[in-house]
Design a protein. Sequence first.
Length: 364
Amino acid sequence: MSARLWSVRSNGLLNSAAPIFWGLLCLACLAFGARAQERREREPNSIYAERRARLAAQAEGPIVLWGFTGKEEASQTYIFEQEENFYYLTGHNEEGAGLLMLPQPKNGEATNGPRETLFLPAKNSQKEKWNGVRMSPSDPGIEARTGFATVKSFDSDFRIAIESLAKTFPNFYTILPYQKELGGYPHEKTVVDWLQLAAPQAKLKDIRAQIGAMRQIKSPGELAFLKEAIDLSLDAHLEAIKLMRPGLYEYQVSAKMVEVHAWGGSEAEAYAPIVGAVPATLQTSHARFLRTANSLRASAKFTTSSLARKTPQSPGSSLVWTSAAKATKTSTRLPITTSTPMEKISTTSRLAPISSTASATTLA
């Protein structure tokens, strides 16, 4: 009898709690959707505006760039990430956007219309139910959010603007495709084909080199992001060392490194962690070519390489170590040598031990 009463009461509690649970879940989804594609950390709009002005000063015609469309990858697990050069100039991390910049006016030349325009897809409430809220030209305060004084519709206004400018400017600048593609989605070719249809008489010039030269000089914000990525990468290596013991698989060590990156705020992996185990008699440089299903042995050497991604371009870091977890090569940020005890290594990480396997005794 008591069991039945408990069962009825439990169902009643569950039934009453269900609407509350689903309501909270919906609110969480709405809150997430409002920032569905925006980066967690981003430089101020003024930084991107300064970059655009510097680039426009190097061109003698309109500069036309597209962001990624969101259709570059068909996988259901695909997470959108903006085309690097487009993000460098706009800080915009949503699909289907375009950028138009006009060259700096010459001495005494009158300026007609905006000097730079961001083009965004029109509002699509039906699609947003599944993909989350996106910015649109009709959003209140969209100019302040994006840092552009002029924001227009990609679908209805972009081509009209190009056709109008083609009557005045003989040259247009964009990122031209490489002469020999290495595979992947032909983003640059798609933009060039569209430009040739919109402005068939215009001569297209490559702006890739100018953007690349600018990107080599990092802003203080970029340097801060790079430092965060490097610190997270080193933390991941240290946690992997503490986790190491015979019997684990390479993919388990790899999973720990990804966990440390995500826990520390990384939005994505710059590349999949490389964890290789080979007999100590083999060259450790061969380890990166092994499958990640190998079981770790007490006499093996390991090479690991991972990188948390905080900016479009980040340096990598790697370690080579043995199953005894004595580091043989580390970054100079951490004064660890081959004689450093595990107790010392465990205190150099910025993270607290994540699991019981992180203690020194489990590595004996």
